[in-house]
Ligand binder design. Structure first.
Ligand SMILES: [Mg+2]
Length: 174
């Protein structure tokens, strides 16, 4: 991987629903590996907001495969993924690569035709970088979460602000 840019996403969006599935298809993507907590839903909420449900339907109508990749436990992840009809990988251990490889196998897509979407630089984006995959950072859905995650947020915000000032990787909004 390119170690000079381990924490720089390729794109940034205020929410997953701000991404255009049609645009992702035009960019050549066939699959999406999507984080669960604070990307698709608020922390430990096991249902999708109507806007997110609609977005998932739109993505699939465009032929995009969607696989959930989460560091959270299997019960939590399946409570969301199974009713939504989405394949999922729990206990993913992001930023380790094994979970991404499992998600790619479930999607049946290669790393270069699959985009990673998540709200955390240190897990979602760093893991995507290690896999040489396209990474989209989204603003977190809800602020309530583990203390450990919370304590990294100020760093993340400072980093994203710096990226924005430099005009890097922000084609979807900001
Ligand atoms: Mg998350």
């Amino acid at each position: 991987m390119n170690w000079s840019r381990p924490l720089i996403p390729d794109a940034w969006a205020p929410a997953i629903t701000a991404l255009e599935p049609e645009a992702l298809v035009r960019q050549g993507f066939r699959g999406l590996i999507v984080d669960l907590d604070n990307t698709l839903t608020g922390w430990n909420k096991d249902f999708a907001a109507p806007a997110v449900e609609g977005w998932l339907r739109r993505a699939r109508a465009q032929g995009l495969g969607v696989c959930i990749l989460s560091n959270n436990g299997a019960a939590r992840v399946r409570a969301f993924a199974d009713p939504a009809g989405l394949p999922s990988v729990a206990h993913a251990g992001k930023p380790r690569r094994a979970g991404y490889r499992r998600a790619l196998a479930l999607l049946g897509t290669s790393a270069d035709e699959t985009a990673v979407i998540g709200d955390q630089l240190w897990t979602d984006v760093l893991g995507a970088r290690r896999m040489n995959m396209y990474a989209v950072l989204v603003q977190p859905v809800a602020p309530r979460e583990f203390f450990g995650t919370r304590s990294l947020r100020w760093l993340e915000r400072a980093w994203v602000a710096r990226l924005k000032r430099r005009g890097l990787g922000l084609p979807f909004g900001a």
